[in-house]
Design a protein around this ligand. Sequence first.
Ligand SMILES: Nc1nc2c(ncn2[C@@H]2O[C@H](COP(=O)(O)OP(=O)(O)OP(=O)(O)O)[C@@H](O)[C@H]2O)c(=O)[nH]1
Ligand SMILES: [Mg+2]
Length: 302
Amino acid sequence: MFDEKCVCNTHSVESHCVTQTFPHALELLRLGWSEFFQSQLSADELTDATVARIVEPLRGLSRVAAAAGEMWAENAESAGVGDWVLGTIRSVGGDQLRFAVSRVLARKTKLSRKPPSGKMHEQILCANAETVFIVAAMNQFLQLPAIQRAITAATMGGVEPVLVLTKADACEDPVAILQQAKQALPDIAIHPVSIRQQTGIEPLMEYFGEGRTVVLLGASGAGKSTLTNHLVQSEIQLVGDTRESDEKGRHTTTSRRLHFLASGGMIVDSPGIRELQLWKEPERAAKPHGKKKKRPRHREDR
Ligand SMILES: Nc1nc2c(ncn2[C@@H]2O[C@H](COP(=O)(O)OP(=O)(O)OP(=O)(O)O)[C@@H](O)[C@H]2O)c(=O)[nH]1
Ligand SMILES: [Mg+2]
C-alpha cells in the first residue's frame, strides 16, 4: 500500500524527497523521476507541469513515457534517450495524445561520445542512467582498450560501469577470459553470462531497482538485444545472427530504446558501436609547476 508520507519507501535515498503533491508521483517514480529533476521546476511548473521521459528519440517525432502512458512527442530533437522533458499534452484525435516538449531538464548522468561523422556536437548515448553494462562476447577477443574507453566515458558522466561478458557457452575457456578481464579491470564488477544456457543472469538483477536505468553499450553482435529480450521477458527487440567467418554482428539494432522490466527498472538497448570516441579527454593530473620537461623528438615529429 502507498505510504502517505513517503512515496518511495523502496527507492533510492534521492527520490525519497519527491513530494506527493506532484501529480502522478508514483507513476513517475517508476520512470526514474526524482528530487533532482523536481527541484528544476518553478512553483508554477510544479503544479501545472507535465513531464515525460524520452523512451526512443527518432528523427521527427520521438516516443516519450509520461504518467498518462506512452505517446509521440514533438520538438524533442535536442533530447536523448532517458532525458526528462517538460511540456504539454494535447489530444490529436480519438484517444491519441501528443506531447509538445518545451525544455529538456538538466541531466543527472550522461553517457556520451564524439559522433563518428566528425560533427562537432556531443552525442548523447543515454541520459540519466545509473549503470552501463559494457557488453562484450566471450567468444571474441576482448577489446580491452575499447572497454577502458567506455569505462572512462561512463565514469566521467557519473554512470557506474559494469562489464557483462556474454556467450559464456560459446567460449572454450570462460574461466580464463574472466580471469584476464578481472586482472585488467580490477575496479569494476564483471559478470559472465549465457542467455543460451540461462546462467549468470541473477546477479544482473541487482542493478534494476524500481526507477533505475541500465544502458547497454557494446559491439554489434555482442548479444545486447538478446539480453534485453531476456530481461524484459519479451521478444521486443530484433536479434540478428553474427557472421560465420568472424562472429561480427550485422548492426541489427538501429535506434536507442528504453524498455521496462516487469520486476521494476529499465533497460536501454543500443545499436552496436565499434569504438567510443570520448567527447572530452579526461583531465590529467596537474603537472608540477616549473621547468617544462623537454619532449624527446621522434622521427615522426619532423
Ligand atoms: N551462443 C550464444 N549466442 C548468443 C547469446 N546471446 C546472444 N547470442 C547470439 O548472438 C547473436 C547476436 O545477438 P544480438 O542480441 O542481436 O546482438 P546485438 O549486440 O544486439 O547486435 P546489434 O543489434 O547488431 O548491435 C545472435 O545470433 C544471438 O542468438 C548467448 O548467450 N550464447
Ligand atoms: Mg541489437
